[in-house]
Unconditional design. Structure first.
Lengths: 257, 416
């Protein structure tokens, strides 16, 4: 085993493998999910100085952070959703850390999302991907590439009077991924579900079905266009928050160059 | 007789900005009552409860009957200028910079003779109306005003120094999404404001009302979120040196009492309503305080729009009321901190706003955005510190002044 790790380290050092950062910068202006205002809301990222080499602490600078577990690029644990509330070890501090590093496949939906803001990842799209790349391996992360991360400002949530419009998976697509026994599902949008995902049966199918089955979610990812369809390694360890339902996460991928 | 003020030319960057100097500050306790009346735009004097004598200057006992029961009451402000004089030399730095200075003696129709400042449009023998105004030291002073002044009477230099008139000044409205932001912008421009900056929080969330503000002449929409210290600092770095009047419209309202309310909503209420004001003061307050004597478009006022629930809570809006009480307390501390610079801190108390979704189930009367805008403008023109807008705010404020504990019982203890 030590040879394998030495080989990985060497590959990274010599450049035959590289790390791709799939994480947005935590920034006060980065959008968060918006719910009807009478519901509790996702805290925006805020950072206040505790000291900055000044009278509050002469030789050091540090900040106080305020944020939600689901602010910025983040990990969803099964306990995030009502369907997953009784999943064993469903909080971020209880999850077996071995699942935080693992294989990842990327389904490229960027052409479709460019044409249609409500583009749906359907079983047909998945089956077409499998026809080209082979069946999605069990226990792999599946990421839906839409290039949505390249949008900014109001275009990111893409809010209209009838709610947000952004691409996402249909209930049947999630059911097919669960048949493949994936580890988790990730997107470039603000959630794992489509902007209009509340109108599916069940509402928010990615959250409802994935977490009910003990699977994980990743959202607000970026740089998915730098990943191969298959063959990359995903590194996504959430913070070890007691009873946490998710966590802002530095998501990395290791790819062959 | 009043020379109209014109928009000042750009500043000469080689000249030092004048630092604020104040008229004399010290007052006895009785004389502070003049400031209490002036802060509310009222003209009143001590009236003896025993012998009904109207007394000036304020004292600790009635000069007629020695009673100590001297209530401040509104009195008829009309009178006649009996004498005037022009002062050409003074040891006080504030007045030395403004010589010559006219003073007069006005006999009120109700009796007392008052020593007072004179508006430029009046002189000896003229019928006048008296007003109590706050001077740059924040103290109540008397000024005789024309019964019917010219259209530009507010431009009189003595009166202008007692006012925070928006004319030719640059305004920052902290939250463009607030229900009264559009009305306030229009009212400020109508009142002669040179420019209105509007802070826009969360530009990543679209809002249709933005279209009405976009493209208005002399209006700029700038990123500003009072919950984000870096956002406040960024905007202060950009325009902090040219904000003359800052109007804090940011507000966060959620329905609910204390036991059944979510502390994360309560936390947001405090973040926006109380700490937001503090962040604005930290970002903009010092630069504004330094520019109180910076010519025609000098810094003049910090305005905080408060719910009248700051004075006595409605238990159905418990956490909101608590945040408003905290915001009022911050306003009062700021007022004390601004005192040495001559900056005015004006609180505008309002009731539930017409059209605001968070007050939707409440019955009328409600206060309209236009009424709030009018009150802010007139409060600034009159140089006030305490303004009430709308029937509910006026009523609650008056009852609170009369008896705060009785008001609490009326609000929460079965008053009908």
């Amino acid at each position: 085993m030590s040879d394998v790790i030495a080989n990985v380290a060497e590959a990274l050092a010599e450049g035959s493998a590289r790390i791709v950062d799939l994480t947005h910068t935590l920034d006060p202006d980065f959008p968060v999910i918006i719910l009807p205002p009478e519901f509790g809301q996702c805290a925006r990222f805020r950072m206040e100085e505790v000291s900055a080499y000044d009278h509050r602490g002469p030789a050091w600078k540090w900040h106080k952070l305020t944020l939600n577990e689901h602010t910025g690029t983040h990990f969803d644990a099964p306990s995030h959703w009502v369907s997953g509330k009784d999943v064993p070890n469903g909080d971020v501090d209880e999850i077996d850390p071995s699942v935080f590093v693992g294989p990842v496949v990327v389904i490229d939906c960027s052409a479709g999302a460019a044409e249609d803001v409500d583009f749906e990842l359907t079983p047909d799209v998945i089956l077409a991907w499998e026809a080209e790349h082979g069946e999605i391996p069990a226990d792999a992360w599946v990421l839906m590439r839409t290039d949505w991360s390249k949008r900014s400002g109001a275009q990111y949530l893409n809010m209209a009077e009838d709610g947000p419009h952004s691409p996402g998976p249909t209930p049947d697509a999630i059911r097919l991924l669960l048949e493949r026994d994936i580890r988790g599902f990730g997107t470039e949008t603000v959630g794992t579900d489509a902007g209009q995902g509340s109108h599916y049966v069940p509402p928010y199918p990615a959250h409802y079905l994935l977490h009910g089955a003990g699977k994980f979610g990743l959202q607000c990812l970026c740089n998915l266009d730098q990943l191969p369809a298959i063959g990359a390694l995903l590194i996504a360890p959430p913070l070890k928050i007691k009873g946490g339902t998710g966590s802002p996460t530095r998501v990395l991928a290791m790819v062959n160059t | 007789m009043t020379t109209p003020l014109t928009l000042p030319p750009k500043k000469d960057p080689q000249k030092r900005t004048k630092v604020p100097v104040l008229p004399p500050v010290a007052r006895g306790r009785a004389a502070l009552g003049l400031g209490v009346m002036a802060a509310q735009g009222r003209f009143g004097l001590q009236v003896c409860s025993e012998c009904a004598a109207i007394q000036y200057p304020p004292r600790d006992a009635c000069v007629k009957c020695m009673s100590e029961d001297l209530a401040w009451q509104d009195v008829d402000p009309t009178g006649k200028v009996m004498a005037e004089t022009t002062i050409r030399v003074s040891p006080e730095p504030y007045f030395r910079e403004r010589m010559p200075w006219r003073m007069g003696a006005v006999q009120l129709a109700v009796g007392p003779t008052l020593n007072c400042h004179l508006h430029g449009e009046i002189g000896r023998g003229d019928a006048v109306r008296m007003a109590l105004k706050l001077d740059k030291a924040g103290q109540g002073v008397l000024i005789a005003l024309p019964l019917k002044g010219s259209d530009v009477m507010q431009d009189d230099p003595v009166l202008r120094a007692m006012s925070c008139d928006p004319k030719h000044r640059r305004i920052l409205i902290s939250d463009a999404r607030a229900p009264m932001a559009l009305a306030l912008t229009q009212a400020m421009l109508s009142a002669g404001a040179a420019h209105v900056f509007l802070g826009e929080p969360e530009a990543w969330l679209s809002w249709p009302e933005r279209a009405e503000l976009e493209g208005m002449e002399n209006v700029s929409i700038m990123p500003l979120d009072v919950t984000d210290v870096s956002s406040v600092a960024k905007l202060a770095a950009e325009i902090g040196g040219k904000v003359d009047i800052l109007i804090n419209t940011a507000s966060y309202v959620r329905v609910g009492g204390i036991m059944d309310n979510d502390t994360s909503f309560a936390s947001n209420s405090f973040e926006v309503n109380a700490l937001g004001l503090m962040r604005l003061a930290q970002g903009f307050g010092r630069a504004m305080s330094g520019r109180v004597q910076d010519g025609i478009n000098s810094a003049a006022a910090f305005v905080n729009i408060l719910s009248v629930r700051a004075l006595s809570p409605d238990a159905n809006y418990g956490a909101f009321g608590a945040s408003q009480a905290a915001a009022r307390s911050i306003s009062q501390s700021l007022r004390a901190e601004f005192q040495s610079s001559g900056m005015r801190m004006m609180n505008v108390y309002i009731g539930p706003i017409e059209g605001d979704a968070w007050f939707q189930p409440l019955p009328p009367p409600k206060v309209t955005p236009n009424a709030i805008a009018r009150s802010v403008v007139s409060g600034l023109v009159d140089g006030l510190e305490e303004v009430t807008c709308g029937d509910i705010a006026r009523d609650v404020y008056a009852r609170w002044q009369a008896d705060a504990l009785l008001l609490e019982r009326e609000m929460t203890g079965g008053g009908s």
